[in-house]
Structures are given as C-alpha cells and as structure tokens.
Design a protein around this ligand. Structure first.
Ligand SMILES: Nc1ncnc2c1ncn2[C@@H]1O[C@H](COP(=O)(O)OP(=O)(O)OP(=O)(O)O)[C@@H](O)[C@H]1O
Ligand SMILES: O=C(O)c1ccc[n+]([C@@H]2O[C@H](COP(=O)([O-])O)[C@@H](O)[C@H]2O)c1
Length: 232
C-alpha cells in the first residue's frame, strides 16, 4: 500500500426481519465474509418491512436482542440499530445512506438470499441502491438464484452451504411445541423460551406493523430495554 493511502474497510450488511435469526442467516454471512474478504458483517434488523405489512412481526427490540445474542461470539459480526431506531417504514436505501454516513471510509456489500434478490428492483429508489453498495445474492434451498434484470456490475452471486431453515418454520415449530435446537443458536432458543415468543399464550407482545401510537407505546413499555454497548 502506498504511504499515506487510506485503507477502505470492506463491510458486509445483512438486512433482515430476523424473526427469529437462524443458522441460515449466520452461515450466509460467514461465507460471504470469507469469500469477499470482508472486515465485518453488520446485521441490521428491519423495523417495519414494507413487504411484510400483512403479518404480525415480533417487537423489534426482541428481534434486535436475539440478533445480538446470536452474533455475540463472532468477533467479525456486529448488530446495528439504524433501522429499528428510524421511525416509519424500513427501506434499504435509508439503511445504506445511514451506514455510509456512519462509515465514510468503507465499501458496503449488501447480502441477500435468493428469495429476496429478484425483489430488489421493486424496492424504494432501486436505481440508486447500486451506487451505495455492491449486492451479493446467496443460494437458498427452494429458490433459484436469478439475477435477471439486475445490473451485472452491481451484483455478485455465490453458493453457500444449503441450510433449509426459515424463520417461518422456526416460529411454527415453537408454536407447535417442537424444538428449534440447532436451527437457531442456543442463546436464541433460551431467549425465545424466556420471553415466551411464538407461543399462543406467550409473555411476549407480538404486534402487527399497523399499530396505533397508543398500542406502540404500550408495547415499548413492555419490551426489554435497549442493550447498552451492543449497538453501532
Ligand atoms: N436459509 C437461508 N439461506 C440463505 N439465505 C437466507 C436463509 N434464510 C434467510 N436468508 C436471507 O436472509 C435475509 C433475511 O431473511 P429473513 O429474516 O426474512 O428470514 P426468513 O427465514 O426468510 O424469514 P421468514 O420465513 O419469516 O420470511 C434475506 O435476504 C433472506 O433471503
Ligand atoms: O427498500 C425496500 O423497499 C425494501 C423492501 C423490502 C425489503 N427490504 C429489505 O430486504 C431485507 C430482507 O427483508 P426480509 O424481511 O425478507 O428479511 C431487509 O433488510 C429489508 O429491509 C427493503
């Protein structure tokens, strides 16, 4: 490296609802970090995902904390609150702008699974996304990794070990009283049990994303407080 030239950090960004985070997410992030020689992967739990407005989603603070628990043992993984602390709908254009402002000396690599990759063209301000990050689509069982319509220079595709795990299946299993051991990290199994997530009569408040301000305030009061020191 030439004397005085700045080293640009290479940062992966793994956006997701993470309801709950599972080993499919973690393996994808780990594989991309290795293949693209990333310094770090930042997991970014979404607040209100625009395409999931028709379903109930666990309170953001629980999803954030499960993601912190799941990534705590990996020195190259961190978790950001940029999306859950921004009011309103979560759009990736805002995620990337906020992270670029926080990390002006970094190149960003946004990681998505094969199911999400084709949707990118329908995201808010899709034309501008390519100038903010390089996109990496990873294989996922049951989905074709198809980059059609996406700009060739803005997207890379990569095969990762097949993990036939989804958050939907994890939630259904917990609801049915089945184990999720080894589908999600041990600490997440314990977190789900501690707060009674995903069970019909559980202690956790599960809210739709169209809650009134009054409902949202009640949920916030019920949720665990933000974990000091864990956030970016
Ligand atoms: N098993 C997996 N293998 C590869 N990528 C995955 C896997 N599971 C999720 N992803 C990717 O991780 C990101 C976040 O996914 P998300 O949090 O929505 O999990 P999910 O399992 O798809 O959830 P749900 O079943 O609730 O829709 C997305 O880009 C998704 O494509
Ligand atoms: O920017 C958008 O319009 C947009 C629409 C839908 C999803 N996303 C992002 O896509 C990522 C994957 O979402 P999900 O819910 O499938 O885990 C997550 O970071 C979302 O914020 C972004």
């Amino acid at each position: 490296m030439a004397w005085g030239r700045q080293h640009r950090r290479r940062i992966g960004v793994m956006g997701g609802t993470f309801d709950p985070v599972h080993h499919g997410h973690l393996v994808a992030a780990s594989e991309v970090r290795d293949a693209f020689k990333l310094d770090e992967v930042i997991f970014v739990p979404a607040s209100a995902q625009p395409f999931k407005q028709d379903r109930d989603v666990t309170h953001a603070e629980h999803r954030y904390l499960m993601t912190v628990v799941a990534t705590a043992s990996n020195p190259n993984f961190t978790v950001s609150r940029v999306d859950i602390d921004r009011p309103g709908m979560t759009y990736t254009i805002d995620t990337l702008r906020d992270l670029r402002a926080q990390l002006p000396d970094a190149d960003l690599f946004f990681i998505t699974g094969a199911d999400v990759l084709p949707q990118i063209l329908t995201w808010k301000d899709a034309d501008e996304l390519w100038s903010l990050a390089h996109f990496i689509g990873v294989t996922r069982p049951g989905h074709e990794l198809d980059p059609e319509g996406l700009p060739a220079t803005g997207v890379s595709l990569m095969e990762v070990p097949a993990m036939a795990i989804s958050s939907t299946d994890c939630r259904s299993r917990v609801k049915a009283g089945k184990p999720v051991w080894y589908l999600v990290p041990d600490g997440v199994v314990q977190y789900i049990a501690k707060y009674g997530l995903y069970t019909a009569g559980g202690k956790a408040t599960v809210v739709g994303q169209h809650t009134s301000a009054k409902d949202a305030a009640a949920v916030r009061a019920d949720a665990p407080a933000p974990l000091a020191g864990a956030a970016q």
